[in-house]
Design a protein around this ligand. Structure first.
Ligand code: ZN
Length: 297
């Protein structure tokens, strides 16, 4: 045993007690040693780990999970560097409230976020509108998975990162991943066939490795973020970068809803803050408040 050299890698997925670990360009099948169950640590996709690779006579072992930078609950994944929020320029109509929730979620989790507007070959107005609304809030990338426009810039953003793709279904998340690296889904397909052992029914988180950008990505179905936002309504404002320098009469106590002397509302009326985004802020505030009232009322 001592002759086998240990390796460091990243868990791509865990299925039925097996963990598939990417070390360089190789994927190894490993099993967790009993100690994880004892410590109550459940290894997650995205975890940086130390493994003993399998040999002809022994299976591979997951030896150690290195310290996590962050972790999400749904999808259950760790060490996310970037949350890429994907919307379509048109069809489906962009759900901007979901975009704002995801931005708040990312900020709460300490994760950098960016927005990609797909299907820009169809329609350019959405991209311009979104760029204007999120100026100073998040970087906005215009892409077309179909024509390849903007994909190079997106590759630059993804380079070397572990990125979580999020957004409504049918916005083209997997098409963008395919446009970046056409072999990604193919490789995943092979990996699944080899390793799933017929367990296709359980939905699990899985990272894909993109050779072109030396990055890993996870494509999530539209997850319901509001339920995950563990946030007091009064704290919501802290996750809106454009509210930062607010000089309201009630100072930091002002939640910018209807207080007199609110500089955020003033700035929104003068067009300095996007009225559309402000409107969604107040909607989200009410939703959080309603949920809190239900919980304690
Ligand atoms: Zn205010």
């Amino acid at each position: 045993m001592s002759m086998i050299e240990k390796k460091q890698g990243v868990i791509l997925k865990g299925v039925g007690g097996f963990y598939y670990v990417l070390c360089g360009e190789e994927v190894y099948e490993t099993r967790a040693r009993g100690l994880f169950r004892k410590d109550g640590v459940k290894p997650l996709p995205g975890d940086r780990v130390v493994i003993t690779p399998p040999t002809d006579i022994s299976c591979g072992y997951l030896e150690e999970v290195l310290e996590r930078k962050n972790s999400l609950i749904r999808p259950a994944v760790s060490n996310i560097d970037l949350l890429l929020i994907v919307i379509a320029a048109k069809a489906p109509a962009p759900d901007m409230l979901l975009v704002d929730k995801l931005l708040v979620y990312a900020a709460c989790s300490g994760i950098r976020a960016a927005i990609a507007v797909n299907k820009c070959d169809w329609e350019e107005d959405t991209l311009n509108r979104v760029r204007k609304e999120y100026n100073g809030v998040a970087a906005v990338y215009g892409v077309s998975a179909k024509t390849g426009a903007g994909i190079d810039e997106l590759c630059g953003l993804l380079e070397g990162t572990n990125t979580c793709f999020a957004g409504q279904s049918a916005v083209g998340k997997s098409s963008i991943i395919n446009a970046i690296d056409p072999t990604a889904s193919l490789k995943t397909g092979i990996l699944s066939r080899k390793t799933d052992r017929g367990r296709h029914t359980t939905r699990h988180s899985e990272l894909m490795y993109l050779e072109k950008t030396h990055s890993t990505v996870i494509d999530t179905p539209g997850f319901s973020v509001l339920e995950l936002l563990d946030l007091e309504p009064e704290d919501l404002k802290d996750y809106y970068p454009e509210f930062k320098d607010a000089a309201c009469r009630f100072g930091n106590k002002c939640v910018h809803m209807s207080e007199p002397g609110c500089s955020v509302i003033e700035r929104m009326r003068s067009g300095d803050i996007s009225a559309a985004r402000y409107k969604r802020y107040s909607l989200l505030f009410e939703q959080l408040k309603e949920r809190k009232d239900k919980k304690y009322g």
